[in-house]
Write a protein that binds this ligand. Sequence first.
Ligand code: NAD
Length: 479
Amino acid sequence: MASKFENRLFVDGEFTAARSGKTFDIFNPATTQKLGSVCEASVEDVDAAVEAATRAFESWSELPGAKRGDWLNRLADKLAENVEEMSHLEAITMGRPVHNDFIIPRGIDIIRYFANRASDIQGETSLSDPSLFGMTICQPFGVTGAIIPWNTPILMLAMKIGPALASGNTMVLKTSEKSPLSCLVVARCMKEIGFPRGVLNILSGFGRPCGEAIAKHMDIRKLAFTGSTATGKAIKKVAAESNLKNVTVELGGKSPLIIFEDADLAQAAADAAFSITVVSGQACMANSRVYVEESRAREFLDLIKAEINKIGTSGDPLATGTLRGPQADRVQYERILSFLDLAREEKLEVALGGDRENKTGYYIQPTVIYNAPDQSRLVKEEIFGPVLCLFTFTDEAEVLRRANDTEYGLYASVYTRDIKRALRVSKKLQAGTVGVNVTSPTTSLDLPFGGWKESGEGRELGKHALDSWTEVKTVLIRM
Ligand code: NAD
């Protein structure tokens, strides 16, 4: 497939150049070569997109829920015809291999899930005061905003537009400057099926000025952000200082996986290896800290090394059979290498990998570090690369304390055959999702996904997501 791509902004149902005429360059991390340039949205483009979304709001929100669902299902059908192209564009911009790409189909499933919930949005009633008939109604915010990261653009777009549009909002969505192309295929698909104009506007651009202009826009009443914790905090600040818009944030992670000695070790090793290598470790929920009961730790280490080696050598993300691609860009690559330098400086036991790969492109070896000190930055900070810290433990209370000793709380897992222990540990783990004999990236479409602590606020997926895209109004009627 040739790498031709749309590079314009999508505003009011039309592709358009940026008002400033500015563009920015994008690069292929597998070759480090420039791919081309993309129009860069400015504050004026954000304003134009908000105006289009404002014009579209009344008719979109007044459609019967089932009709909005129809539109979303039609969009999902159209996207399903273009999976290969979107996969290709994500591969060339951020390096995720096209082979066995389950992530874009998952995004389409999410859009379908919310399409089918569009006529299932209700409030409650109350007769607790006999003089009143009380009820709540759930209504869309109006014009909403979304800012997404680069690691899985279509999946992230789906998590935002699914519940937002199903519940009657219109939206201005900003993609990441590193991987803006696949979402422009969504824009083209909308145009091809005649999706009501202005309902979804897609802007390519940087955090500043474009993302910040969305976060502080006075006509945007709700914003959903996915990205790093640092940016999430900055966005919440400007959102509060502007119009105190409702902000939900899905942020970083440093997810623990606890393996007790009675666990199916082979399964745990295969799952843990997949979790830390999928998207080259650039997944918010990757199990980057693995705690194995001491009696079986060396056995587990051998198993996980074998599982990681089975994934095979890294290669061209466009080639059939490649399961391991490069890191997304030079910044990401150098950041991960700086952590590997630190491992050397701290003289940690590097049980696997530990270095760049000797080839063109931003390739890094999958790495396992054995029993790093709990206070090391490698253990505390999100590396966002294929670097797994493996620890031993001897006691349940001790491992729970260590697993929870983090500012993050996105995903945690426990592997054991003891159901009582599984439930006890699940209850104690401080995370938005806990896997029992299963680990990330496993999620369920109809159950909430989100973070505790500094991993976020609010929930995506499931009914909770619809709740967070509607305002609740109480209506009181004198009896
Ligand atoms: P990032 O925070 O650098 O950027 C995310 C988005 O925010 C981009 O679109 C960027 O342009 C924009 N942005 C940057 N500065 C901004 C500002 N001042 N105002 C408004 N927008 C701004 O994150 P990233 O590097 O793109 O993604 C990696 C991070 O995302 C990791 O920390 C990862 O854990 C997190 N992530 C979380 C989830 C989740 O669901 N919890 C999913 C994927 C990624």
